[in-house]
Each structure stands twice: as C-alpha cells, then as structure tokens.
Design a protein around this ligand. Structure first.
Ligand code: NAD
Ligand code: GLY
Length: 361
C-alpha cells in the first residue's frame, strides 16, 4: 500500500505526516525533499536504537546518534540538558535538524530540547510506539515533567516532518501496543465511529501487528489529530476534544505517581468515566457506554484501581491543566463521533463515577 501523506498547518509553518510501511527507509529522501538539513542529528533511546538503529544508516544523519534513556522517570530537565550538551558539542547551529526516534517520552523531551536550543531549531519526529504515532508526534506539544507534576515544563514547537512507519511496532511490548489502541478508540468515540467498527472487526490482525490492519488505523488517527491541531494549535477550543477520557485518566496516573498505568490505560478508564457521567446526565446514550466497555474489555485487562483513593484522584483533578480559570472543561460524548464540553461537572458526580470504576473512598 502506498504511504499516506497528511498535511498539518501550524503557526510556524505547514508540515507533513507520512504514514506507511517502510517509510523509514525513505527518510533521507523525505528530508531532502523538505530541505531539512544539511546537518541532521538523531536522538533516540538505547532500547529503541538497539532494535531499529540499523534502519537509520541511510538517513543522512551525522555522527553516531545521541542516546538518552526514555521512560517517564527520565522525562525531565536533566535529560533535556544531556541533549543540549550533545548539541553544543556537535556545534549544532540553526540549520541543524534534530530527528527524534522513539516513543512519546523521547518525542516530548527531544522536541523541547529543540524548542529551547538556540531559541528553537527544527525537529523531525519518527515515532516508534503506537501512542506516539497516533497522538504525541503530531501537534507540537513538547515538554518534560517537574517534580511536582507531569508535563509542567514545556512549549509548543511544531515538528517539520513526522514519519510514522508501522513496521517498527513489531518489537513493541503488547502492553505498550495496547496502550496506543485506547487512543485510537478515543478518536472513534469523539469523531470517527468507523474506527470503533474497524478495531472491533480486525482486532486479531491488529494484535498480530499486520501492517495491512495497523497502517490504516494509524493513518486515520493521524488524519483526525492533524485536522484538530490544524484548526486549534494552542488548545483554545476544538483541540480540547482530544482530552476526552483524560480528566479521570490523568487523575489516576497522578494518584499512582505515574508508575502504575501506561497513559493509554488510564485513558481507557477515563473514557468509561466520561461516558458514565454522560449517561447519568442523559447526554450520552447508554449503548455507547456499552460499546466502548465491550471494546476495552476485548483489548485485555487494565491495571487494578481498587486501592486508589478517590480523594486523591479528585484532588488531582483540581490541579489538572484542563481547569481553566477555576473551571473544569470536561469532554462528554453526545453520540458516536460527537462531543460536547461540560463546565459544570461536580465533585459529587466525579466521586460517584470513581466509585463505579472501583476506587476506594
Ligand atoms: P514511552 O516513550 O515511554 O515508550 C514506552 C516504552 O516503549 C519505552 O520503554 C520505550 O523504550 C519502548 N519502545 C519505544 N518504541 C519501541 C519499539 N518500537 N519497540 C520496542 N520498544 C519500544 O511511552 P509512550 O507511551 O510512547 O509515550 C508516553 C509519553 O507521551 C508520556 O510522557 C506522555 O505525556 C506523552 N504524550 C504526549 C503527547 C503530546 O501531544 N505531546 C500526547 C500523548 C502522550
Ligand atoms: N494529546 C492531546 C493533545 O495533543 O492535545
């Protein structure tokens, strides 16, 4: 199947997202065509590089790659500093392009390093997890965690190109792969119900990482994300729909110190919570809750929540970035593929739904 090319508009300039089997093998040509160079420096993690490094030999990058640890606990300013050190040592200048090869952690932290080095140099994302391919590599959100909270330090810095090749997902642990699928389901609920049907009907092939089944999922998700961030790069309106399932999702992650859940897993619970609140209010059809519950159940087990305190989860919601000027913007589904934003969801409603999910008082 030929690769899909999706255009994204951003304040700093338009860029392409290229999705397809073996697109990594054409990276050098893509970079040349987009005049991204002449100097190119790859930043990746030892784990990702061990698996996929040889495929980047022909990417026209100089020197050996800069390797920094990934994983949430390394997503901090110390690791960004290591990337800066390497760029300084390499005498990177404003013509240098940084190529981030890895999951969402590498993408976010390398994007932030590029955003802050010399007041901003260009970055290209080659996402290697399903979550990064369908979500984090597109839209220009970059950043790292602060000791007091996740993603508190960051900036918007749009990439100059994104290359998503589903064949790299072969080596991804099943749990990480599943974590990305929850975000695909999210796109199905908020804008494109056909994605729900597609996940349900092709699940065995998807889990087998058959590119014929996975590439269209990635392309459809990228198309949705590209459309949303092109319309609202800075999240002042439409982009908020991407937060569907994230209010309770982020709270579960925060209440467990970001150690228990993969981000997508927490969003899995968060979507059920959002649908349940919608059903209780008469905003969401109960059939949609049942459909999503069924899909999520089919994907496999989610980590347990019974020992998580509702109080702590509720407190985390109060500190969330989705609270704007004291008002929580809560995304609810009105039907398959459509949402509304509720600004009056009460602590009582959230407490009730946390109890339903199985959290302790
Ligand atoms: P991750 O980057 O931590 O990667 C998960 C694990 O998979 C790591 O151990 C990594 O080494 C490994 N890995 C990566 N690619 C692999 C491959 N092809 N084969 C084998 N192993 C591989 O996790 P993630 O889920 O990709 O990203 C999560 C991060 O993304 C979070 O920090 C979250 O805040 C961020 N995020 C950002 C945005 C955004 O818009 N910028 C959106 C969603 C999430
Ligand atoms: N992942 C949510 C966003 O990019 O806005």
């Amino acid at each position: 199947m030929p690769p899909t090319r999706i255009g994204v508009t951003a304040a700093a300039g338009a860029y392409s997202v290229l999705v397809g089997e073996r697109t990594i093998d054409t990276l050098a040509r893509e970079l040349d065509d987009a005049r991204l160079g002449p100097r190119r420096i790859i930043v990746s993690s030892p784990r990702v590089w061990d698996f996929h490094g040889p495929r980047f030999r022909k990417a026209g990058a100089e020197r050996t790659p800069v390797l920094v640890e990934d994983g949430e606990r390394h997503k901090n300013l110390t690791t960004v500093s290591r990337v800066h050190d390497a760029l300084v040592k390499a005498k990177a200048d404003r013509s240098t392009v940084v190529i981030a090869v890895g999951g969402g952690v590498i993408g976010d932290l390398v994007g932030f390093a590029a955003a802050t080095y010399l007041r901003g140099i260009r970055v290209v994302h080659v996402p290697t997890t399903l979550l990064a391919q369908v979500d984090s590599a597109i839209g220009g959100k970059t950043g790292v965690n602060h000791a007091l909270g996740k993603n508190l330090i960051g900036s918007f810095h749009a990439p100059s190109l994104v290359v998503a090749d589903p064949t790299v997902l072969d080596t991804l642990p099943r749990r990480e792969f599943r974590a990305g699928l929850y975000e695909v389901i999210k796109y199905g609920v908020i804008t494109e119900p056909a994605l729900l049907d597609r996940v349900r009907s092709t699940l065995p092939a998807i889990f087998a990482r058959d590119p014929v089944a996975v590439a269209p999922l990635v392309a459809a998700s990228c198309r949705i994300k590209a459309h949303v961030v092109s319309a609202d790069e800075r999240e002042s309106g439409l982009r908020r729909i991407l937060n569907f399932g994230h209010t309770v999702g982020h709270a579960l992650e925060a209440a467990t110190n970001y150690k228990r859940f993969r981000h997508g897993e927490a969003v899995g619970y968060g979507m059920l919570a959002a649908l349940s609140i919608g059903v209780a209010r008469g905003v969401t059809p109960a059939s949609l809750y049942d459909e999503v519950l069924d899909l999520i159940t089919h994907l496999g087990p989610l980590p347990p929540v019974s020992d998580i305190s509702s109080k702590e989860a509720l407190a985390a919601i109060g500190r969330d970035k989705k609270v704007v000027a004291g008002t929580l913007h809560f995304v609810a589904a009105t039907k398959r593929g459509e949402t509304t934003t509720l600004t009056d969801v009460s602590a009582k409603e959230i407490r009730t739904v946390l109890k339903q999910l199985g959290l302790r008082a």
